[in-house]
Design a protein around this ligand. Sequence first.
Ligand code: HAM
Length: 428
Amino acid sequence: MIQLIRGFRDILPGESERWQAIEDTARAVLSDFGFREIRIPILEATELFTRSIGENTDIVEKEMYTFEDRKGDFVTLRPEATASIVRSYIQHKLYAGDPFHKLFTTGPMFRRERPQKGRYRQFYQISIESLGSESWIIDAQIIQIFYNILQELKLKNLIVQINSIGDSQCRPYYKKLLVSYFKSREQSLCVDCRRRLRENPLRVLDCKEEKCQRIVSQAPQLIDHLCESCHRHFKGVLEFLDEIELPYQLNPYLVRGLDYYTKTVFEIFGENATKTEGEEPSVGNALVAGGRYDNLIKLLGGEDTKATGAAMGMERVIAALKLKGIKSSKSATSPIFLAQLGNLAKRKSLKLLEDFRKAKIQVAESFGRDSLKAQLKMADRVEAQYALILGQQEALDGTIIIRDMKTGKQETVKLEKTVKEMQRRLKK
Ligand code: HAM
């Protein structure tokens, strides 16, 4: 028997309703904020990701599904959506006329990480990008949008962690400071961090090893070395969050694992998540993560255009909902169930179902089941208020039985009056 690939999952009926409910909620909030959907391919030229995410990141070094296609071109299953959205924005000159675009996309991403709780090799994101503005208001708004989505999903006590990682003005100087600080303690760092020190020193800041964290806790903080413009920007973001009373925590060690970020970076966690070392959080990883990326559009060949965005991990949000015992509001329910007995009744049922569909009334059925008992069981399962029973006699008489599922009370009506009668009953 051929099994699923490790780190990949099927989303089965029963579970998929929850996915739909989350997507519906996100789409409604995003539409309120004026975001429009963009659909981008799953496969892209490898260079798109090496250039944008960065050569010395975990994603590019270890996690991408990259292969040579039949013509010898290197292609990669997208590990994230931002780079593709930016490519599309440049390629189709979406900026012509109006550089400002609010876009979102949903779908699977691929990273060959070590499979563990909250980490899959195919996982789904809702990724939102606001292109064309350098205003700090937009950074805060992105946080606000995801905060709203998570709250509408009934996740409470969310933790927003936020930091500024500066820009090309202030970061190089800070990097120097940081490298010289870590160099003097290099022997006490873990093997990975010694390598990071040479390749990507900022990443040492979010190492999970206890001995590294001890050293990091005394390290110089970028927030104390921001240039005037980054400082003003960060202050603006925080003031907006204060204004809308959205609680946040400053985390000076939040640096993110992708190279394209500038200025604001943030992550949103569920209630039980902590980033304290030694304490394995129960939901664990970030539900949402993102930040500003002012250089990416230019880096990928576009005009100098500023942008900001974030992505929410579907599997992690679902894990958080399950942990809190929050049920999906969308389940496979139907107000009416149509049961039938015999061939004539089956045939007449098809016409009746079509009449209900035209009247926009949802009716469940189970033509695969013949026994009335089994069909009424299904009616219970979909939480139907009424079961319509079309038996052999009724089919001959041109009538139908309406059964109130709560009281068990039954009434026979003319078949052609069924839709009208049900409309009347459901309105009550
Ligand atoms: P990221 O932090 O790599 O950022 O991923 C964003 C979110 O995707 C995470 O917070 C998490 O919820 C989910 N996620 C990431 N990896 C996995 C995994 N292996 N299994 C399950 N869930 C995962 C980005 O991807 C950026 N593109 C976000 C962004 C958009 N920044 C600006 N615009």
